[in-house]
Design a protein around this ligand. Sequence first.
Ligand code: KG4
Ligand code: ZN
Length: 345
Amino acid sequence: MMRKASSKKNIWLGIESSCDDTACAVLLEDENSIEILSNCLYSQIDEHKAWGGVVPELASRAHLEKIVPVLEQALSEAKIGIEDISQIAFTSNPGLVGSLLVGANFAQGLAKDLDIECYGINHLEGHIYSCKSFNQVNQGSDIALIVSGGHTELVLVEPNFKYTSIGKTRDDAAGEAFDKSGKILGLGYPAGAQISKLAKDGNKNFHEFPRALNEANSFDFSFSGLKTAVLRYVQTKGEEFVKEHIADICASLQEAVADILSLKAVNAAKKQGVENLLVCGGVSANYRLRELMAERAEKSGINFTFPSPPLCTDNGAMIAGAAIFRKRVGMLSKNNEVRAWGDLF
Ligand code: KG4
Ligand code: ZN
């Protein structure tokens, strides 16, 4: 189907399929604003729950099945037809190879069919732009803390899409620490949101779980020891005790993760002399992390921004958002899709 170049509005389709969320979003761009017309998602949690983690083969199959229905929902909620889309951005890297391939092939095929441009965007850049596209963040330098099930990284973000990694996890990601500890505590997968919900009724000082690499000059993280500490604690105290005190244990565990993340993020901003701190990725939905981050950032005179809840998790809007900002300064090319995160540094 060919589409005539016309005075159509600038409408972006963002596609994200790097892990276990099949996501499509429609954004309306004009000179001064970006409006999210729809941001739809099929979460594959039910497919992976029984296995206690994401199974790559199941993920790519589910993306194949769901990508069309999710796109249809996104178009319907945005009240547009497919021919109204002006350009497409999709996640090109990093992620599960099979899952990425489904999104990339779908995006490129659709773009060809509609005779429009299609651009690959780095997933982590997308997370950073979940803050920068939809909040009032000045476009100077920032420190971004990306915290999800697969990533925990502190990045210096400078103008013109220049990224420098300041520190990252040496083993488990923060979300993984919540998920693995949750499994040990007998909670379902993924456990981050459940731990956070239970923690609201608990005492954060009930037990002091370890904070690894807690030195002022270290910006790396380590969470595998925390998971082992939770295991030892459960083995020592017994299942009955754990059940009885689950809220207190969750609050203490959440405090350990939120404490170390917020401490290092604020220290990184201070050391780099940067005024803006962006916190993004699935774990940025955590209320205690937001509280501690806000408290510590304010004390140090640093602005602190995080995405609205639907933009914390993987989503298509952040991918299109990053593409819009790149295009505005002429730094979006069709070959963008070959860029890996490492190439961006
Ligand atoms: O960014 P995301 O949706 O997917 C990727 O991993 O890329 O992040 C999912 C992670 C999971 O580990 C989940 O347990 C965690 O984010 N998470 C949370 C919360 N909501 C989701 N962790 C702590 N508190 C939450 N409220
Ligand atoms: Zn992600």
